[in-house]
Design a protein around this ligand. Sequence first.
Ligand SMILES: Cc1ncc(COP(=O)(O)O)c(C=O)c1O
Length: 368
Amino acid sequence: MKGDKKMFIVDSPSGSKMVVNGKEIINYSGCSYLGISDEESIIDAGVKALKQYGSLCQTPRHYGFNIPPYLEVVKSACDFFEVESATYFSTGYLFGNIVLQALKEEYDVIFLDEKAHYSITDGAYACEKPIFRFKHTDSYDLEKVLENNLEKDQIPIIATDGMFPTYGNIPPLNKYYEIISKYNGWIVVDESHSFGTVGNTGKGAIEKFNLPRDRVIGGGSMAKAFCAYGGLVLGSKKVIDLVTSSAPFWGTSSGMSASAAMTAESLKYVKNHPELLIKLRENIHYLKKGLNDLGINVEMTETPVATFVIGDSIKMKSIQKELFNKGVCITYSNYIGAGKDGVLKFSIFASHTKESNDKLLSLLKEYV
Ligand SMILES: Cc1ncc(COP(=O)(O)O)c(C=O)c1O
């Protein structure tokens, strides 16, 4: 809704049903992909932590203070993602900044996908290192840009999203890995949208391509599929030691106790409920197939985002408004990669029902 002052006011958990502007609607916007934003055990964990630790936790980890929810979230993250080490911080947006600065002495030049999220892009520009951008998800262009710009003995780092938010596309990390292996380089992957949704067990794009994590560092927001809050970095002990002594990590608070406690609980909950990912994938297949059957072409990928263009921005905004008036909320988006006229997009959740999916498809039928 860039530049648009009219806001939707949400008065309920952000899930597949939502109260918006006082009215209950079926919701296909946002990112609560696993559909657990109203899960009681996660909410209770947050409430309990707030009551126990109060509204403020000004106990910086770099001065040697910690509270159990921060320890618990790291343990849950290592357990869920099966990684050697991890750390937690207040917001996923800091991921790029924290990791790229933490590894600063380990690389010389940054190669950045031209449509990478602000988290990665802003983090890269804060590093005062040479930056070269490559065409979106294009490993051939990456190789060319890298060969043309990397000097002898320099070490590259590639920075990308694991799943791009607007079209839900996934970069060819396996090809990027082949490229960096020739230079002893690194890859940093913002998994904010791929955490919980991509890979066999929802560990993200790094899992999908089965890459070792020693030089491929994943992390990002827990405020998407996991329906919690804050950010994670996953990696080897060596990398996490660098991260936890970096300036951006020290320069911000560790986040609310409640956020850490909810994230820890959510990681455990998702691990114990593999049926969520199965249900999500059923919904993704059903809706993407349904769209293609209507003649609205979307790729049959595993990601929980279906994005398409119908007419120009005026037409798409009016479709969104009409659907909203009929009780279904989808997004008109002009976010990163959406192009001049923007796109219509819906986000698919594990909690969507066949009835709501059918309603969405039948409403869209009128516009094709
Ligand atoms: C790819 C990506 N990275 C990072 C963030 C920021 O996450 P958070 O809201 O936890 O700060 C977002 C949020 O929109 C995102 O889409």
